[in-house]
Ligand binder design. Structure first.
Ligand SMILES: *Cc1c(COP(=O)(O)O)cnc(C)c1O
Length: 462
């Protein structure tokens, strides 16, 4: 399996190379040169498999023998053993044909654990085998950071640098990162927003000359292909548990960087019958404006009750554009770099194709709280604000009530106390393994919103 860049000016790579990097050298994102396709009967034969064994079948073609099968199986089994629910990704029913897929049973209580428990172990295996050291660098809007630290902190060959926007993540989110001890763990609060953090990370990847010569940067954001790959699995899992592939399923996905929903798009492209894919955003709604009005333009970043989706420009959308533009790398480059100075538009036929597949909705904070309250009143089930946005979009955008509609529940409500309290509900208890979180010692550095401030800091710690 070869991986190529969406900007068309970087050499093709194998799996290990894309695992150990971030952006392609031309600024693009890596995608598989071609996707594996599974037949309906093959998918049907996976019904009833435990999560890790299903993951093995879905992921294997992407790794293409670079990691021996028995090692991959062991790594997958260990990755998903850290989850507290035996089903790993349990489904919960909200209404006659409406479901949520609970993706927050991992160690840090958000869906990011699905990818980062695996990524940490894959990195550890490859780095130990090759006797190599790397620096992991990531920006987080709140949940990636703790999941990456939790997934990689035991790896002796990794130093971890995680940037979060200063005072823009919830207290539980911050403490989940800053209370992790370890000489290889470095939390940096940047005086800026998430897009600033993401910009600094991209710039550091673009020029790695500040690193010691034997080091390279590895991404833990969803620009890393391995993260997307891991997330494809739960679309198959949910479908198989709802009668797929013999009947289609629809998904509503709370969206920030477009990673999670892009994994759903890939699952569909690999043969899984998916009816609708719904892009559910908060007021940072650039993708909703594109799907509904063919307007792709920057706004100002809004801070909302769903901070993990407070993202202006969704990195992974470029991967989808690459397909939508029939893999014309030049057109992709023009579209995504053009956004910096002028609003962009899709060609009419492209817009039509995008709208055939994706529905979208932007949801404000008031509605988010109302939906949290409503779902609780109807089912005694407490959902987090990101999930609430997904549930609302699912209800508004549903085109066919006979198709099961699954909203991805991306985080546990305990991470987002503000929204739960604004919804007039009682704040849920922290789970057992985090009971003393608010008393633990914190460790982090606050730096200016400046690339050199961050790279100098990293240099001093490596
Ligand atoms: C990261 C995150 C999202 C957004 O996922 P993307 O892959 O960036 O679209 C949504 N909800 C929660 C809770 C998250 O942590």
């Amino acid at each position: 399996m070869k991986y190529i860049s969406t900007r068309g000016k970087a050499p093709a790579c194998n799996f290990e190379q894309v695992l150990l990097t971030g952006l392609a050298p031309d600024g693009g994102l890596y995608v598989p040169e071609s996707l594996p396709r599974f037949s309906e009967s093959e998918i049907a034969s996976w019904a009833g498999l435990p999560y890790d064994q299903l993951a093995f079948r879905v992921i294997k073609p992407f790794i293409d023998g670079e990691i021996p099968d028995d090692v991959l199986q062991r790594i997958l089994s260990e990755s998903y053993q850290t989850f507290t629910h035996k089903a790993v990704a349990p489904l919960r029913q909200l209404d006659a044909n409406e479901w949520v897929l609970e993706l927050y049973c991992g160690p840090t209580l958000a869906f990011k654990d699905f990818a980062l428990q695996l990524l940490g172990r894959l990195l550890d295996y490859v780095l130990t085998r090759d006797n190599k050291k790397v620096a992991v660098l990531g920006a987080t809007s709140g949940d990636t950071g703790s999941a990456a630290l939790e997934g990689c902190r035991h790896c002796e060959n990794i130093d971890l640098f995680i940037l979060h926007p200063y005072q823009r993540v919830s207290e539980v989110q911050r403490r989940q990162m800053t209370t992790i001890a370890g000489d290889n763990v470095h939390n940096i609060a940047v005086r800026g927003n998430f897009d600033d953090c993401q910009r600094i990370v991209k710039a550091a990847f673009g020029d790695q000359s500040f690193l010691p010569s034997d080091r390279q940067l590895v991404a833990v954001n969803s620009i890393n292909w391995a993260r997307i790959m891991a997330q494809i699995v739960y679309y198959f899992y949910a479908s198989l548990n709802l009668g797929g592939p013999l009947r289609p399923v629809s998904f509503s996905v709370p969206t920030g960087n477009f990673g999670d929903i892009y994994a759903g798009y890939l699952a569909r492209s690999m043969g899984l019958p998916v009816n609708q894919l719904i892009i559910a955003t908060n007021r940072n709604d650039i993708l909703h404006r594109l799907i509904s009005d063919n307007e792709y333009s920057l706004g100002s970043l809004e801070h909302t009750l769903s901070p993990s989706m407070d993202i202006m420009v969704s990195s992974n959308f470029e991967r989808y554009l690459f397909d939508l533009f029939d893999r014309d790398a030049e057109a992709v480059t023009e579209f995504v770099t053009g956004l910096g100075h002028t609003p962009q538009k899709l060609k009419p036929d492209q817009w039509l194709r995008a709208r055939e597949l994706f529905s979208s909705l932007g949801v404000d904070d008031d509605t988010t709280c109302k939906v949290i309250g409503q779902v609780y009143a109807d089912t005694e089930f407490l959902i987090d604000p990101h999930t609430a946005i997904g549930v609302h979009a699912a209800r508004v955008c549903n085109k066919d009530s006979s198709v099961p509609m699954v909203t991805l529940a991306t985080a546990h409500p305990v991470k987002f106390a503000d929204a739960v309290e604004k919804a007039g509900l009682q704040y849920p208890d922290l789970p057992e393994h985090l009971q003393d979180l608010l008393e633990r010692d914190e460790r982090y550095d606050v730096l200016d919103n400046d690339i050199t401030a961050v790279t100098d800091f990293m240099q001093s710690r490596l």
